[in-house]
Design a protein around this ligand. Structure first.
Ligand code: SF4
Length: 394
């Protein structure tokens, strides 16, 4: 078990600051190092292996990396693709993240859903077949608080948590998996949500580079880098079944971000055996008041694929999540390789399933295909679309 904190691990490795040492190390990787990394215990983590796999030299090895990654994914997850959909609860925010359309300085008409309105959105998703739902909110603590989320989770899992399903127009246990992607909470609050039926929490560090973090988070509670870094350990301590990690791709050098992300995942896996760690790969997109061209570290498709393959080759049991931020053709190609959970038909505006034209979204969805169209592609690739998280049944 890891007894060191993630703060001291990152500081010791110079992954949170002074990253020049890593730029040099990555540039020195040779093709022989990449071949050795590919031969070394597929699916298991070592830092030297990951350095080789995310290096510029490994760009020539994407094909063998993809073959190996595909074998590992099918071995560990079968030919199954979990489908989920997000429900946006609020666009009010106290933070000033410079890359986000919901930041508090942006002027637009904000919206928040009542619990009844959120259940109405979920009902539409349930009718489409979804059993895996992600509740998303900006930092709107005054409204989206623990009692709100407890009530909502109870109604989405009605039957299992003592709520009469008929009263909310849902089948008993309509959702087998509830994830949340909201502001950071305390371990005690995560515990209460877990008891209410929330299964997993996703919270991105955004960037592991302290200076870049300070530059993009000029105000609000989220400006505290150290506090945010603690959150995944608090989720693990609360017993959450899934801990979702990620960086916002475009803020800093993706190769070094991947090294820090992997150290964070490895630390959590050793400490919280009951939680599965999953990775998401949000690439910066234009949003209301934000143009993605302002950001210096935007990734190419090839970089994104290399990052996903490298992480799969080091963490064979981790979920790999891909959202509708990515274009349809790229999502289709990645589905057969590494992705294990994918969203479809997403709306990023509160109330967007009930009325697609209502309210402003957090970012622009790129793959706007319907769930049915995405399911057809999944089947075409010889995979089974899975609407339910079977793990929760055991
Ligand atoms: S990223 Fe989240 S916390 Fe930051 S401004 Fe957007 S909604 Fe608020």
């Amino acid at each position: 078990m890891s007894s060191q904190s993630i703060h001291s691990i990152l500081a010791h490795l110079h992954l949170d600051t002074d990253r020049g040492v890593w730029e040099r190390r990555l540039s020195e990787v040779t093709s022989r190092d990449v071949e050795a990394a590919l031969a070394w215990r597929p699916g298991t983590y070592s830092q030297a292996k990951l350095v080789a796999l995310v290096s510029p030299a490994a760009e020539e090895y994407l094909e063998p990396m993809a073959e190996l990654a595909q074998q590992l994914t099918i071995q560990r997850f079968g030919r199954a693709m979990r489908l989920y959909a997000p429900v946006y609860l609020s666009s009010y925010c106290v933070n000033r993240c410079r890359y986000c359309g919901f930041n508090r300085d942006n002027r637009f008409t904000r919206a928040r859903l009542t619990v009844d309105e959120a259940v109405a959105e979920a009902r539409i998703l349930a009718a489409e077949g979804y059993r895996d739902i992600l509740l998303v909110s900006s930092e709107d603590k005054a409204y989206i608080d623990v009692p709100y989320l407890t009530e909502l989770a109870g109604r989405l899992k009605a039957g299992a948590h003592g709520v009469d399903p008929a009263a909310c127009g849902l089948q008993p246990n309509a959702f087998s998996f509830i994830g949340i992607e909201i502001y950071q909470m305390s371990a005690e609050e995560y515990k209460q949500l877990f008891a209410a039926g929330v299964d997993g929490v996703t919270l991105y560090q955004e960037t592991y580079d302290r200076q870049v973090y300070a530059q993009y988070h000029p105000g609000g509670p989220k400006a505290d880098y150290d506090m945010r870094l603690r959150a995944p350990d608090d989720m693990g301590a609360a017993g959450m079944r899934e801990i979702g990690l990620g960086v916002l791709l475009g803020l800093a050098d993706w190769r070094i971000e991947t090294l820090a992300l992997a150290e964070h995942a490895w630390h959590l896996i050793r400490r919280h055996w009951q939680s599965r760690v999953s990775f998401s790969f949000p690439r910066l997109r234009s949003a209301c008041g934000v143009s993605s061209s302002e950001f210096p570290h935007l990734l190419t498709d090839k970089n994104l694929v290399q990052m996903m393959l490298a992480l799969r080759l080091c963490f064979s049991d981790s979920g790999i999540v891909l959202s509708t931020r990515e274009p349809a053709d790229l999502r289709d190609r990645l589905m057969g390789l590494v992705v294990t959970r994918i969203s479809a038909g997403s709306r990023t505006n509160p109330g967007g399933y009930t009325d697609p034209d209502t309210n402003t979204g957090q970012f622009n969805v790129v793959d706007s295909r319907s769930p049915g169209e995405v399911v057809a592609v999944i089947r075409d690739k010889g995979f089974d679309p899975v609407w339910k998280d079977w793990d929760s049944s055991f």
